[in-house]
Design a protein around this ligand. Structure first.
Ligand SMILES: Cc1cc2nc3c(=O)[nH]c(=O)nc-3n(C[C@H](O)[C@H](O)[C@H](O)COP(=O)(O)OP(=O)(O)OC[C@H]3O[C@@H](n4cnc5c(N)ncnc54)[C@H](O)[C@@H]3O)c2cc1C
Length: 466
């Protein structure tokens, strides 16, 4: 919010700032600290501050702000909670950041139809706390307590996408403010529709480059009768990954199946004061009735034994499961603690499940040969894994090594029919790989961008250049 130490730099010379101040009053901030906070995500990417931050409270207000930005042809960058990892919120060309955190109302919950509608600034944890008494939950869990608008904009997923899908499968409709300030509603509450182009999925994953999402209609699920989690360690990384592949190929509907390599286990043990064997490890979660969850667990137990899995440790009590998943969700911060004072660069790729072992093992070999510190962790049930480079972003030699490993990993994933990012999105960090991934389809994306945003004001310089 605006504070006393307003930066007067942009006033009164800047007519856009003046017009926005007339519209929003105290809810427009040009304070340096506020601008800097909004010019940086959770990654190593450098901070690039917007000229001002507008704290919007309604779709109508977002529309009015965008109309003014369109009039002055100035960039507009949406901001949810700033937890993205590929440079998505940087304001490289200045402009106005629209912070949606004040748009945090849960508009409706339709228990009978298992859906709800929320304003874009509602976070996933807030929604789940609100839903608790209904017996329903929203499953997409990127670890960070991100806003649902931001999660839709980055097509986020996370640990239990293997069972429940990603934002792409779980967003039923949107309210979007377009680059000229028009407001449209996409999708609806029907579970399926053949009525024309699927604009919902066009905006999901568009990272604020096509419009600003102000409301999200989401699918909900019944909280399963039973949930059981387990941890299993392996002598080799290959054994762990092969267990995952067979589990998925066997059609066992695990709710979560997460890989941590040896270095990542060492990091979380130290960070969360745990004592898991320092070996490649899988974290599982099973959902269903008591009997069905137990049956899934037994089937997976047999598979892991065949691949050298040992120490199958159970966590059935809520507090034990929470401790386990908290440890997993803190993997990023545990990596940072491996080398105090360092920065972290998290990158992800996703490959077809049959190529997962090859992709991970070649990447691990490359990391070791290059000599960078980079634990591997992954939502491996989807074929998705992450590297977290623990580096000093100001050390060009270290950065060059990490860039080399990242580039080779992406090209390896693409050569296997995979993608340069399974869930973190493109931002500026993955832009250079889109041509290799999409070929001629990238030109069509560019045409769509120009059609919807002819003056290139919506989060310019992200995903693609025009
Ligand atoms: C520790 C940690 C772990 C993570 N793990 C995962 C993971 O497992 N899976 C995963 O998918 N991600 C993960 N992430 C990344 C992050 O949480 C997601 O990218 C998240 O979806 C971003 O949401 P946000 O509200 O923070 O968006 P922001 O970071 O604020 O914005 C992200 C992008 O979306 C745009 N945007 C934001 N809100 C809107 C809107 N309402 N309309 C249009 N555009 C908008 C922004 O302009 C920007 O381009 C992790 C991040 C951290 C820090």
């Amino acid at each position: 919010m605006a504070d006393a130490a307003e930066d007067k730099r942009n006033q009164p010379q800047d007519p856009l700032i003046e017009a926005l101040r007339a519209l929003l009053g105290e809810r427009l901030s040009t304070a340096q600290a506020v601008r800097e906070h909004h010019g940086k995500d959770a990654s190593y990417h450098a901070m690039e501050a917007p000229d001002a931050v507008a704290f919007a409270e309604s779709t109508e207000e977002v529309s009015a702000i965008v109309k003014l930005c369109a009039q002055y042809k100035r960039p507009v960058i949406a901001f949810g909670t700033g937890t993205s990892l590929e440079g998505q919120v940087q304001a490289a060309q200045g402009g106005i950041c629209i912070d949606l955190s004040n748009m945090a109302t849960i508009l409706e919950v339709n228990e009978a139809d298992l859906d709800c509608r929320v304003q874009a600034g509602v976070t996933r944890k807030t929604l789940n706390t609100y839903l608790r008494d209904t017996g329903l939950f929203f499953p997409i869990d990127p670890g960070a307590d991100a806003s649902l608008g931001g999660m839709a904009a980055t097509s986020a997923s996370g640990t239990n996408a293997v069972r429940y899908g990603t934002m792409r499968e779980n967003v039923m409709g949107l309210t979007v403010v377009l680059a000229d300030g028009r407001v449209i509603r996409t999708g609806g509450r029907a579970r399926k529709s053949s009525a024309g182009y699927d604009l919902t999925r066009l905006f999901v994953g568009s990272e604020g480059t096509l419009g600003i999402i102000t409301e999200v209609q989401l699918r909900l699920y019944g909280i399963p009768e039973a949930m059981a989690a387990a941890v299993c360690s392996f002598d080799t990384l290959e054994g762990a990954v092969d267990s995952v592949i067979l589990t998925i190929q066997s059609g066992i509907p695990v709710a979560r199946i997460e890989l941590l390599d040896e270095l990542q286990v060492k990091a979380i043990n130290a960070y969360a004061k745990l004592d898991y064997p320092v070996k490649p490890t899988l974290f599982f979660e099973f959902h269903g009735t008591e009997a069905w969850a137990r049956e899934q667990a037994e089937l997976v137990g047999e598979i892991t034994r065949d691949y050298g899995g040992a120490n199958f440790q159970w966590a059935t009590r809520q507090e034990d499961r929470t401790k386990l998943w908290e440890a997993r969700h803190n993997a990023y911060f545990a990596c940072l603690a491996l080398k105090p004072g360092s920065g972290a660069w998290a990158t992800d790729v996703c490959v077809p499940i049959s190529r997962l072992a090859e992709c991970i093992l070649e990447t691990r070999k490359d990391i070791d040969e290059t000599g960078v510190l980079a634990p591997i962790v992954g939502h491996v049930g989807d074929g998705n894994f992450h590297l977290t480079f623990v580096i000093d972003p100001d050390d060009p030699e270290e950065m060059a090594k990490a860039e080399g490993v990242n580039e080779r990993m992406v090209m390896r994933a693409l050569s296997m029919g995979g993608t340069c990012t399974g869930e973190h999105g493109v931002g500026t960090g993955k832009m250079r790989f889109l041509q290799a991934e999409h070929g001629d389809a990238l030109a069509v994306m560019r045409q769509l961008k120009v059609a919807l945003d002819p003056d290139n004001i919506m989060n310019p310089g992200k995903i693609l250049t025009v």
